[in-house]
Design a protein around this ligand. Structure first.
Ligand code: FNR
Length: 361
């Protein structure tokens, strides 16, 4: 069995040195203000978790059109950047590092969440067979319109603006959210992307928007401070591809060539009964040359084994970090974990957010 202490070996990720390999996965908590600014309790929440090797922020929309759920934060206005700056300062004061996860939901949205009641946008005009959370509770996603050339250019400009705002807020880096069936994934996967222009059809065309987005943020963050998140198994938000292994093999190779800070893969979204990533994830893994962060239903033991076996360089933990602000210390000492209160995962106040106890120190 792998020694859990391997989780506490430092790791160089792009330009940044991480003191441990227990990373905090991005976690939407739906507690932002209606204008996309974050609150004082966000400073507390993130600072409490500053012992993570790296924190990836909750998904943060790049524009008003990128929003798909109630009370998620943005990073496209000066006011939003100013509130995030206080979060980043709190994490730094606690000795941590934090990347901003840049998010555009594409078709996973509802007209009531978008400016002037506009329709959501996507690669193609195909409605997602899933729900989102609005002021009226869970509702079916609204039918999207396909982005035209002008819409694509605007979206890329929105990513540039968001990267600029993230830099202004002082984030240590950017994670481009290309996972879980959101906009960039809606371009990658042919279950949604049926375009016949330069952004659809061949794998090269379907990867184009992701590549252009990476180019757009490079003005503000060098590749050594930029990561990408993917979910090749397509377990969320009604996303699918006819040949995911070939598609994502090509995406991994394209990203390898860019010398990014890291590739972050959701290997198993949401299993409650142990990890089951499947064979494809292991085969794809070998196509990526660079720092590889694995995520999904890991515990200290399976994370240490993945790193010892060379299947990951670091592991991101989602749900365990919600209920354990001092997760690295608990893994280091073998201390028990706090139970999770699923009722307070999404929305609400400090309860289930900043009140999970630390180990007695
Ligand atoms: C998530 N997940 C997620 N993923 C992402 O890329 N951006 C996000 O904002 C969120 N938000 C989010 C909120 C909540 C409450 C949960 C439970 C999950 C997915 C998350 O990062 C992770 O991939 C999964 O939770 C699986 O990892 P764990 O929890 O088994 O370690």
């Amino acid at each position: 069995m792998a020694n859990p202490q391997i989780l506490f070996e430092p790791l160089l990720v792009g330009d940044i040195s991480l003191p441990n390999r227990v990373l905090m996965a991005p976690l939407t908590r739906n507690r932002a203000n209606g204008d996309g600014t974050v609150k004082e309790m966000h400073q507390t929440y993130y600072r409490q978790r500053a012992s993570a090797g790296l924190i990836v922020s909750e998904a943060t929309q790049i524009s008003e059109m990128g929003k798909g759920y109630l009370d998620t934060p943005g990073i496209h206005t000066e006011a939003q950047a100013e509130t995030w700056r206080k979060v980043v300062e709190a994490v730094h004061a606690g000795g941590g590092r934090i990347f901003c996860q840049l998010w555009h939901v594409g078709r996973i949205s509802h007209v009531s969440l978008l400016p002037d009641g506009r329709d959501p946008v996507s690669s193609s005009a195909i409605r997602a067979n899933t729900q989102t959370f609005t002021a009226d509770g869970f509702e079916n996603c609204s039918p999207p319109v396909a982005l035209d050339d002008e819409g694509i250019a605007q979206t890329i400009a929105d990513y540039t603006n968001a990267a600029r705002m993230a830099e202004q807020a002082g984030f240590d880096g950017i994670e481009v959210h290309a996972a879980n069936g959101y906009l960039l994934d809606q371009f990658l996967q042919d279950g949604v992307n049926t375009r016949e222009d330069g952004y659809g059809g061949s794998i090269g065309n379907r990867m184009r928007l992701l590549e252009e987005v990476l180019g757009a943020i490079a003005d503000f963050y060098p590749t050594g401070r930029t990561g990408v998140r993917l979910s090749p198994r397509g377990q969320a938000n009604d996303i699918a591809d006819s040949d995911p292994e070939t598609l994502f093999g090509a995406v991994y190779e394209m990203l390898s060539d860019k010398s990014l800070a890291y590739l972050h893969v959701v290997e198993d979204f949401g299993s409650d009964g142990g990890r089951n990533p499947g064979d494809m994830i292991g085969r794809l893994r070998r196509k990526y040359d660079g720092v590889y962060i694995a995520n999904g239903a890991f515990d200290a033991k399976s994370a240490a084994t993945a790193i010892a076996d060379g299947n990951a360089d670091a592991v991101a933990f989602g749900r365990p970090f919600i209920s354990n602000p001092d997760l690295p210390e608990r893994y280091r000492t073998g201390a028990p974990l706090n139970p999770q209160d699923k009722d307070t995962f999404y929305g609400g106040d400090e309860k289930g957010y900043t009140d999970y106890p630390f180990l007695d120190r």
